[in-house]
Design a protein around this ligand. Structure first.
Ligand SMILES: OC[C@H]1O[C@H](O[C@H]2O[C@H](CO)[C@@H](O)[C@H](O)[C@H]2O)[C@H](O)[C@@H](O)[C@@H]1O
Ligand SMILES: [Ca+2]
Length: 552
């Protein structure tokens, strides 16, 4: 498939993030698997997404939902075999769907054979050097790199843990069972590049590369975004461009605009094709609660120019908490108060809830944020289940409450598995509001007014208008901070997007001086609005209403 593929396919793609383990169970053991996922490819095609992002599916003790990798070049036995994976990938490609996977570069599981070998110390009993010891970052005192923050603040008190077998401390930016790899060791870089090659050889379309800012540590720094880290990532990009042209690298760098933009590299020395736009995400929610969109505009204006091959990845929710790392202390306090009334909803530096519950299960709010997500510059990434308005389970530990089984129908275990709910990997949600009996794919497929069908129609509208994927962004001045208005222009087309973030009807005047004489026509229904004249353009908008116009 990648042979005939336009090299920048990712710029017009809509992505869909899912966990094989909780999407569909093909053999009835209560755990999702590749055969189950293969059976759902037609659903995904009909929904209208273009590329699947699979959460880690490798052998793992699953103490961090698979981000603790114990073998980079195999499939977790619960999820199927390599043959199942290859069949799935071929079937996805046959339907025009691309597939990317997580590449967890920064660390391994402590159960990885490399770490088990490393624990034997720098020297083996026969006096020879233990090459695996140097695969990880060690210290005799555990006092180095004191400038590095702790990321999993709820569970970890230090980035160093003493290994009793070895008698030395090892470095970890995440859980203590996730020792950081030593990227100052060229062998480690080669191991990770070889793991990437292994999957790219299957025809995989690329990677979402996990936790990229933390590869290298240096004294007297915060050990994030170091130039040596960028050098390694550029090497990865060169390997991909030379050996697998057309495949994608997407960076997970949860950083401020100036730092995250560095992960694109330059035209001459490229790094990632795509980077998540972490800074804009919490501001979409904040704008909704404050009924003030100025922070969205400010942060978008703060994004540096990116190279011509680059594309942002936008998202509302993912498998982690709604991270509040990229906001000020005051904004974080506001977000916690606004969106996590129950302290069980808080974890680390964020909020562990799904999209629908965050938005009070209000359809107009859900549509509004999705309409902004699909219209802002970047390729949108939908999180599985959000297209039907799934809820979360606060009773599950860590971030697992937002990782419950996909709800396919009202049958046993929501159609996820033929197993009894209590035998499923996580129990399917069954409460009266968000339970599978009420919220499921099958019923929404039969309901033309459902969120599922609305989402599918929006994706189709987006596909029909390349300005969404490729257009320049220009904010339109308004006299009402609740109204976010912007244009996206590409070739001969200009789209005008207007969104009311207030919970009441609003009037706004827009400065459309650049477009005098043109007529806004709605994309859905093709209704013409009054032509733009010389003076301000007045619009009345219902609560949480949005318009997608084409300026004719
Ligand atoms: O592999 C460790 C973790 O890596 C990713 O973490 C990211 O999520 C954190 C919040 O859960 C975030 O604060 C951090 O900046 C990110 O790197 C991955 O998405 C996690 O699931 C994983 O635990
Ligand atoms: Ca199974």
């Amino acid at each position: 498939m990648t042979q005939q593929t336009p090299p920048q396919w990712y710029k017009s793609a809509v992505f869909y993030e899912l966990s094989v383990r909780t999407f569909a169970d093909g053999n009835g053991d209560g755990k999702g698997d590749f055969p189950g996922l293969t059976g759902k490819l037609d659903y995904l095609r009909t929904l209208g997404v273009d590329c699947l992002w699979l959460l880690p599916f490798f052998p793992s003790p699953l103490r961090d939902d698979g981000y603790d990798v114990a073998d980079y070049t195999n499939i977790h036995p619960d999820l199927g075999t390599m043959e199942d994976f290859q069949f799935f990938l071929n079937q996805a490609h046959a339907r025009g769907l691309r597939v990317i996977a997580d590449l967890v570069t920064n660390h391994t599981s402590s159960e990885h054979p490399w770490f088990q070998a490393a624990r034997r110390g720098p020297t083996l009993p026969d006096g020879s050097p233990n090459e695996y010891h140097d695969y990880y970052v060690w210290s005799d005192t555990g006092t180095e790199y004191a400038g590095a923050r702790i990321i999993f603040t709820d569970t970890e008190t230090s980035n160093w843990t003493r290994d009793e077998a070895c008698g030395r401390f090892y470095w970890h930016r995440f859980f203590s069972h996730q020792p950081d790899l030593n990227f100052d060791n060229p062998k480690v870089i080669e191991e990770i590049l070889d793991a990437a090659r292994f999957w790219l050889n299957t025809g995989l379309d690329g990677f979402r590369v996990d936790a990229v800012p933390y590869l290298i540590e240096r004294e007297d720094t915060n050990c994030e975004n170091l130039s040596e880290t960028h050098d390694i990532l550029k090497k990865m990009r060169r390997m991909v461009d030379e050996e697998y042209p057309g495949r994608l690298l997407l960076a997970e760098a949860n950083q401020w605009p100036e730092e995250v933009a560095e992960y694109f590299g330059t035209e001459e020395d490229p790094e990632f094709h795509m980077c998540f736009n972490f800074p804009v995400m919490p501001r979409l929610y904040m704008a909704l609660k404050k009924e003030d969109t100025s922070s969205i505009r400010e942060i978008m204006d703060r994004l540096p120019e990116i190279p011509s091959f680059g594309q942002w990845a936008t998202f509302l929710r993912n498998h982690d908490e709604l991270t509040l790392e990229m906001v000020s202390d005051d904004e974080r306090a506001f977000m916690y108060a606004a969106y996590s009334p129950d302290t069980r909803m808080r974890i680390n530096v964020g909020i562990r809830r799904r999209l629908a519950p965050l938005l009070n299960n209000e359809r107009r709010r859900i549509e509004l944020l999705n309409s902004v997500l699909l219209a802002l510059p970047g390729s949108p990434i939908l999180y599985y289940g959000d297209e039907i308005g799934m809820g979360d389970d606060l009773g599950l530990a860590d971030r697992n409450g937002v990782r419950t089984p996909m709800q396919w129908n009202a049958g046993i275990s929501g159609g996820f598995s033929t197993s009894w709910p209590s035998d499923c990997f996580f129990p399917p949600i069954s409460d009266p509001v968000y339970g599978y009996q009420r919220v499921n794919v099958q019923s929404q497929e039969r309901d033309p007014g459902s969120l599922l069908q609305w989402t599918s129609r929006q994706l189709e509208a987006r596909r029909q208008h390349p300005a969404f994927a490729h257009g320049d962004l220009k904010f339109v001045d308004t006299d009402n901070a609740s109204i976010l208005a912007f244009t996206r222009s590409h070739d001969n087309e200009t789209l005008l997007i207007v969104c009311n973030f207030a919970a009441n009807a609003q009037a706004a005047t827009l400065d459309l001086g650049e477009h005098v004489g043109r007529t806004p026509v709605t994309l859905s229904g093709a209704s013409p609005f009054p032509a733009v004249g010389e003076g301000p353009y007045t619009l009345m908008m219902g609560r949480h209403e949005y318009y997608w116009f084409r300026l004719n």
